[in-house]
Design a protein around this ligand. Structure first.
Ligand SMILES: C[S@@+](CC[C@H](N)C(=O)[O-])C[C@H]1O[C@@H](n2cnc3c(N)ncnc32)[C@H](O)[C@@H]1O
Length: 307
């Protein structure tokens, strides 16, 4: 797939649905992470355009999300998983009662993080940490972020619901909030739309099966009024029951972890390095690249070459 990116960019510009195209070419009926990354990376810039074009819709959507997040009391850190171009994150930050000191976001698409960084800079959002990361192998320490939330980023990863929930529960300290489509609460038209697109299903029953404490589950928004898609948005709020033996990192630190071993990362010579796993993660034009496949085997990175 990677050798055909230029061709796919041309097809995308001509209006072709890239995920459908790749599925057809590779004779696959499932959305793989690679397909999802290419499809979203090609769309980079579109969400910012949409936010400018439909401010009323953005307002309505984010007011509803912020209301849920405001019910959780005070918290010191927040992370949007699959942050895209940070349009939702920015809207939420301007609406929550107490803006936390730690603001984090990651996405599997490099280009979307480029757009997100520029967008937050223009919006004057300071102290945010954005990076490239995969929600199935999050580059975040255990129990380190008070509120972890998603907004339609689990959506395309149908079939991997339990994997996604366990990984996000691992990094959460207090609440995991999922603003995602709900097949469980959908009408028949929306259900069949979600099935055709390989969207996640049964997040609520998966959370219950995993033994998590679900404190809220309801439909928030019906079919998207400004698009032809038949999607909906529900919320699932999970409260984390902490194991008292687990250690939470102090808030001053950026709680980044090696996505492979989950051991701490340190910023050393302008790259992230994990002294425990001996893996190096590059920072490409200010964007930390923290996907498992970005890891460089660097067993001698800490050697002293001055001797
Ligand atoms: C529908 S968009 C939503 C973007 C953003 N959350 C918002 O509300 O505007 C879904 C996003 O999830 C990201 N995503 C999908 N699978 C992911 C994964 N495995 N890890 C990290 N991000 C992922 C995509 O790259 C895309 O930016």
């Amino acid at each position: 797939m990677r050798k055909d990116l230029k061709k796919m960019r041309t097809l995308y510009d001509e209006g072709v649905n890239i995920i459908k195209h790749i599925k057809k070419e590779s004779q696959s009926d499932k959305n793989s992470s690679e397909m999802i990354t290419i499809s979203y990376d090609l769309q980079s810039g579109n969400y910012i355009k949409k936010a400018l074009e439909y401010p009323e819709w953005e307002d309505e959507y984010s007011n509803i999300f912020a209301k849920v997040l405001n019910q959780l009391g005070e918290y010191d850190s927040i992370l949007e998983v699959g942050v895209g171009e940070a349009t939702t994150l920015n809207n939420i930050l301007s609406r929550i009662s107490n803006v936390p000191s730690g603001i984090f976001g990651f996405d599997i698409s490099y280009s979307r993080i480029q757009y997100a960084m520029n967008y937050l800079k223009k919006k004057n959002v300071k102290n945010s940490t954005l990076f490239m990361g995969d929600l199935f192998n999050a580059a975040i320490l255990d129990n380190s972020i008070d509120v972890v939330y998603t907004s339609h980023s689990l959506e395309p990863n149908g079939g991997r619901e339990a994997e996604a929930l366990s990984e996000l529960y691992r990094i959460t300290k207090k609440y995991l909030v999922l603003f995602e489509p709900s097949h469980e609460l959908a009408d028949s038209e929306t259900k069949s739309f979600m099935e055709q697109h390989g969207f996640v299903k049964n997040l609520y029953s998966t959370a219950v099966k995993l033994g998590y404490k679900v404190i809220e589950h309801k439909l928030l928004i019906g079919q998207d009024p400004i698009s032809v898609n038949k999607n909906n948005t529900a919320v699932l709020v999970i409260e984390k029951i902490n194991d008292f033996n687990s250690v939470s990192p102090s808030l001053q630190e950026i709680p980044l972890a090696c996505p492979i071993t989950k051991a701490p990362l340190e910023l050393i010579r302008n790259n992230y390095y994990c002294k425990e796993s001996l893996l190096l993660y590059p920072i490409a034009d200010q964007i930390p690249c923290l996907l498992p496949e970005n890891a460089i085997i660097a067993t001698h990175y800490m050697d002293d070459f001055e001797e």
